[in-house]
Design a protein around this ligand. Structure first.
Ligand code: HPA
Length: 272
């Protein structure tokens, strides 16, 4: 808790009265949302006490206080992954700090491999449930009673109302055919999966696979924060569609989906 309070105490005066309503975490290759923001304050992660610093080239490292669709948001421009060598507590520290700074809902994006056979490049998947295959989770250890209960319920980790609003927004924006719901499985990475592992992940009920999101969502659920999480499908992992992927391909495909992701997030946030 002390680490959380130190970070929060550092950030709050820098916001100069800006009261954030929502938090947004931008995933791999999904940073272009930033150009739709009216930015009030940019706080480099490196300046914040106890904040980890992104080691992944495709992620920048700033906390932005900004407006999107007329609402006040904190945006994590770059997130942290377990494969970078951080502890799970470090991975979720920014989410906990955003909650202590006042956010009431959390919006998360990521790049993911599509396991469902009908998926196409650049589709969006609204995450309706998840499977945690990370080797650990952020709630292991002494419970932070100030944040939430020892045994949080996980029956509805993704808020049903936000999911419905996102689906309705996709319909009114005219790209409902590019948006589906599904189950996200989080794996440690950093290597992608073998063909046998992709078949296994499909068999256990996943529609998309990635290396993030679930730790942050567990921390959010622990704190009672409603979550909307969206995967951008950057590679196809059904057995007949597998091919070698390079990070450059993943970034290109994420960029192609970006306008839809941004429009969807903005439309949902405007309605809150
Ligand atoms: N596997 C794991 N993580 C990913 C993938 C994948 O195929 N694509 C994007 N992130």
């Amino acid at each position: 808790m002390q680490h959380l309070h130190e970070a929060t105490t550092y950030i709050r005066p820098l916001l100069q009265g800006f009261e954030p309503e929502f938090g947004i975490i931008l995933g791999t290759g999904l940073g272009a949302l930033v150009k739709d923001l009216t930015i009030h304050h940019t706080i480099p992660y490196a300046s914040i006490p106890n904040f980890p610093v992104s080691t992944v080239e495709s992620h920048s490292g700033n906390l932005l206080a900004a407006e999107l669709g007329g609402r006040k948001v904190l945006v994590m421009q770059g997130r942290f992954h377990y494969y970078e060598g951080y502890t799970m507590e470090q991975v979720v520290l920014p989410v906990r700090v955003m909650k202590l700074l006042g956010i009431r809902k959390l919006f998360v994006s990521n790049a993911a491999g599509g396991l469902h056979p009908d998926m196409e490049y650049s589709d969006l998947m609204l995450i309706e449930d998840h499977i945690n295959l990370q080797p650990t989770n952020p709630l292991i250890g002494r419970n932070l009673d100030e944040l939430g209960p020892r045994f949080p319920d996980m029956l509805e980790p993704y808020d049903a109302t936000l999911l419905r609003q996102a689906q309705e927004a996709a319909r009114s924006l005219g790209f409902a055919d590019k948006v589906r719901r599904g189950v996200y499985v989080s794996v440690p990475g950093p290597m992608l999966e073998t063909p046998a592992e992709y078949r296994y992940l499909r068999t256990i009920g996943a529609d998309a696979v990635g290396m993030s999101t679930v730790p942050e969502v567990i921390a959010a659920v622990h704190m009672g924060l409603p979550v909307l999480a969206i995967s951008v499908i950057t590679d196809l992992c059904a057995p007949d569609k597998l091919k070698r992927v390079a990070i450059a391909d993943i970034l290109r495909t994420a960029a192609a989906a970006e306008p839809r992701l941004t429009a969807l997030l903005r439309a949902v946030i405007e309605q809150q």
